[in-house]
Design a protein around this ligand. Structure first.
Ligand SMILES: Cc1cc2nc3c(=O)[nH]c(=O)nc-3n(C[C@H](O)[C@H](O)[C@H](O)COP(=O)(O)OP(=O)(O)OC[C@H]3O[C@@H](n4cnc5c(N)ncnc54)[C@H](O)[C@@H]3O)c2cc1C
Length: 506
């Protein structure tokens, strides 16, 4: 295995010696030479050890394939391990719970939501495969606590007992016990094509700063999309990279997508991000302050001290994510009366009790450790603390208070949660849109095959999860098919492993 060879390939940049090498955006790539320290062989090589990679690995070993999974970081599970639930429709768990939603009714709703910009083949394939995947996961040892709604969505969100991370650990263990090889800290840096077909993947083994070559006729790109790449976010989406912060794992630099592009693939739905409006960057996810401010539709101001939306858009956190992310700064404001209400009744939109908030607020206000929550006895003082022009803030709040009296927001049409700010002290939190993942990527079909510019499959090349597009139009769907991203990730990973068997003639 220590045969050394040089490989010359177009289109990769390698940051040797760095922990997280990444593949350059395709059209800017220059030819690269690698000194290969070791060559491995497999039926299938997977780029990325997250949800898609693990799902594919478990299915591949079940299908009798030799599979090698390359993972950039030291951790198997990726962002998928942070998720809560996986989409399925017509599942055994739904039937037990009395959920009667059918694939067909969901399909039309879903396609309407995406203005028929989603790929019909990809969407219906997910819907048809999803129920069997739940049973397959149960068969492998995953236990589910049930099926839930996310906010107002359909009941499609299948929640493993503790987390999706634990469910993935079960699948990973199954894959490893049956021969799958997971190589951590070994980022894939280049895809080698020969005669238009997948031939190998070059990876950078960080441990000894060496390049390895995995020869395999089948490659699944499952590197989690491009949300960590400023360049790609600002090239492909309408959002500024600095206007959100990342709730998921690092290292999702668009490597898989750039490898696919280099092989001639086309893209689908790159502008859509899975955003969540209204979180406080400096406060832990589960903190009551974050829940209370982030998820209470009282009053939002932007960096100019002006309102910009009906705050009840929070009901669809993708949409509130969009509008918040298009501001350069967002503040959520409330008065003491509102605060007392939330202490008593919990945050809006059923995301947990807003308990202990007062005490936490007192601790947060104006301390250097927590620079994002403010408290003051007058609106002018509050504006000063927020770094905004007091006159503009007072003008915005005065107009808003008038709309509250009249029962109609004449700027943005808000009709609920019209609560005046009139009882001091006043509170404000600096919010940022949080991002889970990018959801557009390489155009695939229902077989997870990556398609070229003429919509023909690129032989041997597959994509799943954040590296694949097709399931969304311009917006992530949190309102109809809850859990769709993990659903797509695991299902298309499995589908790729099934298709590999056919492609290899095994
Ligand atoms: C807090 C949170 C909660 C979420 N909850 C849900 C939910 O409940 N339901 C839902 O549907 N979705 C949810 N999501 C989104 C979902 O988790 C992801 O979109 C999904 O996991 C994508 O899976 P993936 O396999 O494509 O990527 P990942 O799971 O992120 O895996 C990609 C892997 O590829 C690795 N990688 C990157 N580049 C390379 C390279 N060059 N070589 C080798 N490896 C590489 C990465 O390090 C990573 O480990 C949530 C996301 C977050 C952050």
């Amino acid at each position: 295995m220590d045969r050394r060879q040089f490989i010359k390939a177009a289109g990769a940049t390698v940051a040797a010696g760095t922990a997280l090498a990444s593949v350059a955006i395709a059209e800017e790539a220059a030819p690269q030479e690698y000194e290969i320290a070791e060559t491995l062989q497999a039926d299938m090589v997977v780029v990325g050890g997250g949800g898609g990679g693990i799902g594919a690995a478990a299915q591949a070993v079940e299908n009798g394939l030799n599979v090698i999974i390359l993972e950039k970081t030291g951790f198997i599970g990726g962002t998928c391990s942070r998720a809560h639930g996986i989409f399925a429709v017509e599942s055994s768990i739904q039937k037990e719970a009395g959920v009667t939603t059918t694939r067909e009714e969901l399909f039309t709703k879903c396609m309407d939501y995406h203005h028929w910009l989603a790929d019909t083949d990809v969407t219906m394939t997910l819907f048809k495969k999803s129920a069997e995947t739940i049973d397959w996961m149960i068969d492998k040892g995953v236990t589910f606590s049930g099926v839930e709604r996310s906010g107002d969505s359909e009941r499609t969100w299948h929640n493993p007992v503790s987390s999706v991370g634990d469910a993935l650990a079960v699948l990973e263990a199954y894959a490893e016990e049956n021969g799958a090889i997971f190589l951590t800290e070994t980022p894939a840096v280049d895809l080698i094509m020969e005669d238009g077909k997948v031939a190998a993947v070059i990876a950078h083994r960080l441990e000894d700063d060496a390049y390895i070559k995995v020869e395999a006729p089948v490659c699944l790109l499952a590197s989690g999309g491009f949300i960590c790449s400023r360049e790609m976010v600002e090239k492909y989406t309408p959002f500024k990279f600095d206007n959100f912060f990342n709730l998921g794992s690092v290292g999702r630099d668009g490597d898989g997508i750039n490898m696919g592009l280099k092989a001639g693939a086309q893209l689908h739905g790159m502008s859509a991000l899975m955003l969540a409006g209204g979180t406080i960057e400096s406060v832990a996810m589960s903190d009551q302050i974050r829940m209370g401010f982030g998820r209470s539709p009282i009053l939002w101001l932007n960096e100019k001290g002006k309102r910009f939306a009906d705050e009840t858009t929070y009901g669809n956190f993708t949409f509130s994510g969009h509008i918040m992310c298009l501001q350069d700064q967002v503040y959520s404001l409330m008065d003491d009366k509102a605060l007392q209400y939330f202490i008593e009744n919990g945050a809006a939109f059923n995301h947990g009790k807003f308990e202990n908030a007062r005490q936490e607020l007192a601790e947060f206000a104006n301390t250097p450790e927590h620079p994002d929550v403010f408290q003051a006895d007058t609106l002018e003082e509050l504006a000063e603390l927020m770094g905004l022009d007091p006159a503009t803030v007072v003008e915005s709040i005065t107009a808003y208070n008038t709309y509250c009296d009249e029962g109609l927001d004449k700027d943005y049409g808000k009709t609920n949660w019209l609560w005046k700010l009139e009882t001091p002290p006043y509170y404000a939190a600096r919010l940022k849109s949080a991002v889970y993942t990018s959801v557009g990527g390489l155009k695939i079909n229902g077989k997870a095959e990556v398609l070229d510019a003429e919509k023909n499959p690129i032989p041997g090349l597959y994509a799943a999860g954040g590296d694949a597009g097709g399931l969304y139009g311009d917006s992530y769907d949190v309102i109809i098919c809850a859990g769709s991203q993990v659903g797509a990730t695991v299902n298309f990973g499995r589908i790729a492993a099934d298709q590999a068997v056919i492609y290899l003639g095994k």
